[in-house]
Design a protein around this ligand. Structure first.
Ligand code: ZN
Length: 220
């Protein structure tokens, strides 16, 4: 059995290699992966910037690069991992979107950044949303529900009210944000990190320092 999931959209793109790992996944051939120090921000770091040294520990929650062969990674344990590229594979991006990142629309930030930087059209972009905590498991407080309701168009895909409890689907809210950016080449892997069992889960097993990784590199 594989220790990872693949997005069909990304797998069919010959310019990139990607993996959405489960808790047993390790990077093939022990290849190096560049991670940010994730801080639940909306900060985008572009590694093409010559001022950035790859050895530095940088704060942020979205990484972008056009450097060929360099794996970018995101660590999650219920939060939403999003991998992005273009049909040509001119760049890759790994995004960490928890409830704060979702609420503050980090994925919109990174998409606008990418379009600007690489002079791409919106329909050039390809996005894959990886396993995260699902509608089945992500119960939120009334305060949190109201916060999201006031900002987003909550529907049956991303919100349920069951037996007096509120449930959100962060992955679907991210998908909607991506669509609202005019990007419709989006695929979601819907396995729930809370109840699937194959994943570290902040909610379900109290994972605080353990997380699965999702990685992507361009080989164009
Ligand atoms: Zn679940």
């Amino acid at each position: 059995m594989n220790n990872y999931f693949k997005s069909k959209l990304l797998r069919d793109n010959p310019s990139v290699v990607h993996f959405f790992g489960n808790k047993n996944f390790t990077t093939p051939n022990k290849e190096e992966v560049f991670f940010l120090h994730q801080v639940h921000s909306t900060k985008v770091v572009n590694l093409d910037d010559e001022m950035i040294k790859l050895s530095n520990q940088l704060d942020g929650d979205a990484i972008v690069t056009s450097i060929k062969g360099l794996f970018l990674g995101v660590k999650t344990a219920d939060c939403v991992p999003i991998l992005i590229t273009s049909t040509s594979g001119i760049f890759v991006s790994a995004v960490h979107s928890g409830w704060r990142g979702t609420y503050n629309e980090i994925v919109r930030n990174v998409i606008e950044d990418i379009l600007d930087n690489y002079k791409l059209n919106r329909d050039d972009l390809v996005c894959a949303i990886g396993p995260s905590i699902g509608l089945c498991c992500y119960e939120v407080s009334t305060t949190m529900y109201l916060k999201f309701r006031d900002k987003f168009d909550l529907d049956n895909d991303n919100y349920r009210f069951i037996e007096g409890k509120h449930f959100l689907n962060l992955a679907n809210i991210n998908k909607k944000i991506i669509n609202n950016c005019g990007v419709f080449n989006v695929e979601s892997i819907t396995n729930c990190t809370g109840c699937d069992g194959g994943f570290f889960s902040y909610r379900a097993d109290g994972s605080r320092d353990k997380s699965q990784i999702s990685i992507i590199k361009t080989i164009r």
